[in-house]
Every structure is written in structure tokens, then in C-alpha cells.
Ligand binder design. Structure first.
Ligand SMILES: [Zn+2]
Length: 122
């Protein structure tokens, strides 16, 4: 997926969060505890979690490279797509592209170099 496709596929934080849980907890598309559909879960973007009607909490960032980051997931997803296209990207270039500060961009590149995310969107 290129950066334009990421923008189209993940227009909101919630879309990114749903993608993450569908990759992991909700591979079947529903809550493991009660069977509710992932799309019916209540989304708390500011806490970066979903809550099901059965009171099951799901944290999409848990145990991922996004866990300790305050950046919106859409920035991360765009960063991943950009990095996959431009492996030699500098912190300054990524900072400009994502409109985030240099420190965050540099941190992101370190994470992306350590983790192979070529297949992230598949
Ligand atoms: Zn549930």
C-alpha cells in the first residue's frame, strides 16, 4: 500500500485502531468474550481503546511498536507506507512529510528499521 492508499483506507484514528485489532485479537471479526462484531465496539480514541458491551477492553496499541507513542496511528501508518517506499528516508524528510517534529520522526524511523513491516498492510 502506498501513502495515498493509506490515506484512503484509513481516514480516521478509529479505522487504524480497527485494523490493528482485526489483525490480532479479532481475527474472527468478533469479541472473543461475547461474540460482538468488531464494528459494534465502542471506540475511545483519546484512550486508544475499544470497549465491548460485555465490558471487555481491547487496546489496539498493546504489544505493538505504537504502544508508547503519542502520535496518531494514521501518522504511523503513513510513516510505514512511506518508509516501505523510501528505506533511506532521513528524519528531516519524514518529519516534513508527516508534519510531525523531528524527534518523533527520528524515533519512528528507529522503530521502523528494527521491525520489518513490509507486509504490515497485508
Ligand atoms: Zn464482548
Amino acid at each position: 500500500m502506498n501513502t495515498e492508499q493509506v490515506k484512503t483506507a484509513f481516514p480516521t484514528e478509529r479505522d487504524c485502531m480497527l485494523f490493528l485489532i482485526k489483525k490480532r485479537e479479532l481475527k474472527t471479526g468478533s469479541c472473543a468474550a461475547c461474540g460482538c462484531m468488531a464494528s459494534d465496539l465502542k471506540c475511545y480514541e483519546e484512550r486508544s481503546c475499544f470497549v465491548c458491551c460485555c465490558n471487555h477492553f481491547i487496546y489496539p496499541r498493546k504489544d505493538t511498536i505504537f504502544e508508547n507513542s503519542k502520535l496518531p496511528l494514521q501518522k504511523w501508518f503513513l510513516g510505514i507506507a512511506y518508509f516501505n517506499q523510501h528505506q533511506k528516508v532521513t528524519g528531516q524528510a519524514l518529519s516534513d512529510f508527516l508534519d510531525i517534529n523531528y524527534k518523533s520522526a527520528y524515533y519512528m524511523i528507529q522503530k521502523l528499521r528494527k521491525n520489518n513491516l513490509q507486509d504490515f498492510f497485508q
